[in-house]
Design a protein. Structure first.
Length: 144
């Protein structure tokens, strides 16, 4: 079956023509990723913005108890693992540190590419923690 420019709606079970898919992808990318209004397929597409519901109170109006006590230091026998990924002008570091009995037991650090995001740095640190844990036989640990 030959699909011509006059047949914009393919029959059931067939694939859509390539030129429609090629036209659709940049339009959806503009709307979803970049938040830009686009005109495609004879209609306008507007970006959707999340509007918080009005019935929820502002967090400042709730009575939330905040504890400044460092509870992670209370259990000195447990391994405490802290991960961090951040982005600065000097690059994107990824790191983790293992505490045992309140002292540094192991630490790891890597500098990622400048175009890496904070979530990629965090995931890299967690991946390295899991690699480190796979080589150890710890009874209990907490990852913060």
């Amino acid at each position: 079956m030959a699909i011509t420019g006059h047949d914009l709606t393919p029959p059931e079970g067939s694939l859509e023509p390539n030129y429609l898919a090629i036209e659709r992808e940049p339009a959806f990318t503009n709307v979803i990723s970049f938040g830009v209004s686009t005109h495609c397929f004879g209609r306008s597409w507007e970006p959707l913005y999340e509007v918080p519901p009005r019935r929820l109170p502002h967090p400042a109006h709730k009575s939330i108890r905040i504890s400044l006590e460092e509870t992670w230091r209370s259990d000195k026998t447990e391994f405490q693992i802290f991960t961090d990924g951040s982005k600065t002008d000097k690059g994107t570091p990824s790191t983790f540190c293992v505490f045992c009995h309140g002292f540094i037991h192991h630490k790891w650090w890597a500098k990622l590419y400048d175009n890496n995001s904070v979530i990629q740095a965090e995931m890299g640190a967690l991946r390295e923690v899991l690699r480190w844990l796979s080589q150890k036989s710890l009874a209990k640990c907490t990852i913060h």
